[in-house]
Design a protein around this ligand. Structure first.
Ligand SMILES: Cc1ncc(COP(=O)(O)O)c(C=O)c1O
Length: 381
């Protein structure tokens, strides 16, 4: 492999199993699907996709994406409500740029996606945590914090949350919409795992309320196709859209990623995305049950709810364990995980760990859990 194209997983030392890693396994990335789509697209000899793109993102691509989402969300999605991004991270960065100033307050779930916290740090935002339980955000705690703070937005992951895997039920979604309107703050719903459900029904996405004036839904191809595409979308209302498309970034550089959009449009039109999602769901749901079985068998002190979708197990270990310290010990056993404190903006969650099942085959998952068991046996707490 060309060393210039190394990706994060290649920094894992040989023989080490890093169950903290949230990157999909290389063999699950749809190389042939994208190669065929690119060949078909190039054969058509429409060269517009090599030009600067329209600010909102290529119209034909947005139409294909809208058709896919209409079917995936089971509700009508219009191409006009979609804005193409370089992925959810870039979407979030743009939202911070346009809707906040340094020192502004924003709310996040406790725990939350740790790399979103990095984006908020870059924007010098004051981050206030809102408590969560098995059903996601605790609305009463949100209301308590609203008595004290005036946030610009709430950033949250309503479905198959990172790191907890929890999903906000429909009742709480309704309340959250009501409270956000009453208190006039934006809801930035990161819905990147919405399409990766392994059992049961998923509540309506916040994208369904994109027209309500204060909702921004973030979507991405990273989890359902390939992160290297750097392609995603924002779904929102006309007024917010207007602010997005008139940003200086787009004025200078044009719409995001017209080249990749043209290739992914071909994947959408070929039905390749549906196929890929079906394949990922079958593989990941099998890994969830294997991981659950081996955890039950080898680490009976682990407390968790089995994820119904997404990428992660969020595991509570006995309170006296500091998982940052455990991680250092675990390195001796060649096993990695993400300690809970990473996902807390107040250095809490020290007795939790996040494990992912997307990067490794079942036998390596089992091996990894055995190594974790050994690290726990050799850790004094
Ligand atoms: C909740 C969440 N949002 C966003 C991202 C990053 O998405 P993207 O690759 O589209 O920037 C991730 C990736 O781990 C994630 O878990």
């Amino acid at each position: 492999m060309n060393p210039l194209f190394q990706v994060s997983q290649f920094y894992i030392p040989p023989g080490f199993i890093d169950l903290g890693l949230g990157d999909p396994q290389l063999s699950l990335l749809p190389f042939d699907l994208l190669r065929t789509a690119a060949e078909e697209r190039f054969k058509q000899r429409e060269i517009e996709f090599l030009q600067y793109g329209t600010e909102q993102g290529d119209g034909t691509f947005r139409q294909s994406l809208a058709a896919f989402l209409t079917h995936a969300y089971l509700l009508p999605v219009e191409a006009d409500s979609l804005f193409i991004t370089n992925g959810a991270s870039m979407g979030l960065h743009l939202i911070c740029t346009l809707f906040t100033r340094p020192g502004d307050t924003i709310f996040v779930e406790e725990p939350t996606y740790f790399l979103a916290l990095r984006i908020f740090t870059d924007h010098e935002l004051q981050v206030v945590p809102i408590r969560t339980d098995e059903n996601g955000l605790v609305i009463e705690n949100l209301e308590e914090k609203l008595a004290e703070y005036n946030p610009k937005f709430l950033y949250f992951i309503p479905t198959f949350q990172n790191p907890t895997g929890h999903t906000l039920p429909a009742g709480r979604r309704k309340k959250l919409l009501r409270v956000s309107r009453q208190h006039d703050f934006l809801l930035v719903a990161d819905e990147v795992y919405h399409c990766l459900s392994y059992s049961g029904e998923v509540p309506r996405p916040f994208a369904a309320d994109a027209k309500s004036g204060n909702v921004i839904s973030l979507g991405s191809f990273s989890k359902i196709l390939a992160p290297g595409l750097r392609l995603g979308w924002i779904q929102t209302d006309e007024k917010i859209m207007q602010r997005l498309v008139t940003s200086g970034l787009l004025d200078s550089g044009g719409g995001m990623n017209p080249f990749t959009s043209a290739i992914v449009r071909q994947v959408l039109e070929n039905g390749g995305l549906d196929q890929n999602i079906a394949k990922l769901k079958a593989i990941y749901s099998q890994r969830v049950s294997i991981m659950d079985d081996v955890l039950l068998q080898h680490i009976p002190q682990a407390e968790y709810s089995v994820p119904k979708g997404g990428y992660f197990f969020w595991i509570h270990l006995p309170n006296t364990i500091n998982t940052m310290e455990l991680r250092r010990k675990a390195e001796d056993f060649k096993i990695g995980f993400r300690p809970g404190a990473l996902f807390s903006c107040q250095k809490g969650m020290q007795d939790y760990i996040r494990l992912s099942f997307v990067f490794y085959e079942p036998d390596q998952l089992e091996q990894g859990i055995l190594r974790l068991k050994r690290s726990l046996e050799n850790f004094e707490y």
